[in-house]
Design a protein around this ligand. Sequence first.
Ligand SMILES: CC/C=C\CC(=O)SCCNC(=O)CCNC(=O)[C@H](O)C(C)(C)COP(=O)(O)OP(=O)(O)OC[C@H]1O[C@@H](n2cnc3c(N)ncnc32)[C@H](O)[C@@H]1OP(=O)(O)O
Length: 636
Amino acid sequence: MARYELVKRSVALITLTNPPVNALSSAVRHAIAKSMECALSDPKVTAVVICGENGSFCGGADIREFAGPLKGPPLVPLLDAIEAGEKPVVAAIEGVALGGGFELALVCHYRIAHSKARLGLPEVTLGILPAAGGTQRLPRLIGISAALELITTGRHISAQEALKLGIVDQVTEQNACEVAVEFALRAVAKPLLSRRVSMPCKPREIRSAAVMGIKRECLHGHEQDLGMVPSLGTMGRGIAVCLARVGISVIAVESENKLLETGRQMVIGMLERDAKRRGVSASLNLLKFTISLQDLKDVNLVIEAVFEDMALKKRVFQELSKVCRPATLFCTNTSGLDVDALAGVTDRPHLVVGMHFFSPAHVMKLLEVVCGPRSSSETIATAMSLGKRMGKVRVAVGNCPGFVGNRMLKPYIDQATFLLEEGDFGFAMGVFRMSDLAGLDVGWRVWKESGLTGSDVDPENPPRRRQGRRYCPIPDMVCEKGRFGQKTGRGWYMYDKRGGTNAKPDPLIQILLETYRSKYGIQPHNISNQEIIERCLFALANEGFRILEDGIAARPEDIDVIYLFGYGFPRHRGGPMFYASMVGLERVLERLEHYHQAHPDVPHLKPSPLLKKLVACGSPPVQKWREHIKTMHSHL
Ligand SMILES: CC/C=C\CC(=O)SCCNC(=O)CCNC(=O)[C@H](O)C(C)(C)COP(=O)(O)OP(=O)(O)OC[C@H]1O[C@@H](n2cnc3c(N)ncnc32)[C@H](O)[C@@H]1OP(=O)(O)O
């Protein structure tokens, strides 16, 4: 199903032989895998050429096998391995490279096409999507809009158009295979890194990881020993489960034997329930629990998930630097702290990266991979690849307070609380239910740390203003009453019990609001649904535009993915940035200008320069915004 031969003494020529169009049957995939293994392990081979017999490169998945169950090696790991290999691979495309065949060509480091060749991703015409990397690699190669057009129409393109788009490196009138062999010989000395379309850098393979956390309760009780006796908290447990269920050995670090036993039982219970649901056996043998940091000395990677406190995290990373091997990667699970400041206290800042999981970590799909300025490409690639292995939707983001998701949340929540202050407490769901679920004390602590509230701040001097801008102290007042949300049974709403989910309006909150408004002479007025939506969502999107300008997210689609998978943004709206484009950027700008004029002390309502620029350029569609953004984070 594939012929393997050595030509020109050093080029492995792999010829697919599955007539009539060399489709990727299970036997062909198996033969490619075997041939690649030979080529990569044979020291005589310096480069590889893949071509197809009888003037056809590859017609894609073998549609004759569609009716039966998948047999043989799966295509995606096979393609990833070709791309990741250390010897240059050249595709010699004659006839057709369609569907999986095109995806095979995309993982080759170079593509030579005969002038009569045709390429395309016709999956959509079969009612499916390209699932072997085409939807990721093609946009990276030729940009989102050109790739989307090809993916959504299934159109075949000529070799000439492929050359113009940057899909192929050379078009030839001669025998493409012979040209490719010569090309491969010249490619031997050249670096491969930039030729890998999906990954600029090869990730490390992670076989063992440690997960460590310190529960909030332990913070005060063990202050002297911080970093030496961490314990596994809610996030740590979820992360440990995610790792173990994909076959990675996990050392979970606890602070003391009693907690060790509780943690062990909880993780084992979670893994057993998960395995039962999936009809597999639980991988309990991969788990080890310890109270000694010394046990972490040989792990490939550590995911720190201690309580969200910078001083504590720094202590932990200093301890880890002493204990772990110099090559061990350090990941911090923080929801907004400075990853670079943590990297700075270690002996290996280039091996430090943020992995922002969302709670519960074994359920929520989203993972923000936070790239610090000193995180190496390999470190980022490894975190991205580990996230993929864990089944996460991963988005690489830059390092700034709150990263993307939580940074955008601030203006959104601010608007909701200002609306609460001004008018009707009319949200049945939304910000307030979400805040109750997340825990109101989380934001309260952040505001205290940033000097917005707390015992050092005089709330009346001046009232309802902090750091030169409008400030609503109502959330602080709720927290001061010990109402931290669902976990305490009381928050913005009241619940039937601690941890309950059945939210009911609480008359005490209504009284608190009325007292507050009368103290400050606020006349409540009805606020239209339109104003609520516009002020909250346009402020959210406006921060998204700023994030794009700052190079903290690489593209608007990344922001939308974060909001869809991490923050429950309604799927049918497509995410905050897509929603803004659907509403019309001109309208978003006009409404933000209107609201900013009415609330000049709320800087988040001031339209961002990027939004203005896009409107001035005729409001291009989302996939074209990137062309108008100057700052791009080098890693994203
Ligand atoms: C993880 C999954 C990975 C990827 C998904 C996919 O790849 S989906 C499949 C994508 N590929 C296609 O949709 C290609 C479909 N085929 C065509 O468009 C045309 O057949 C093609 C290749 C352009 C050739 O057209 P032409 O007009 O020259 O010939 P004809 O259509 O009569 O086909 C000739 C014979 O080839 C057989 N054939 C074509 N494609 C496949 C295929 N993918 N698998 C198996 N067999 C294929 C076709 O049935 C004809 O056979 P015959 O016995 O002569 O009737």
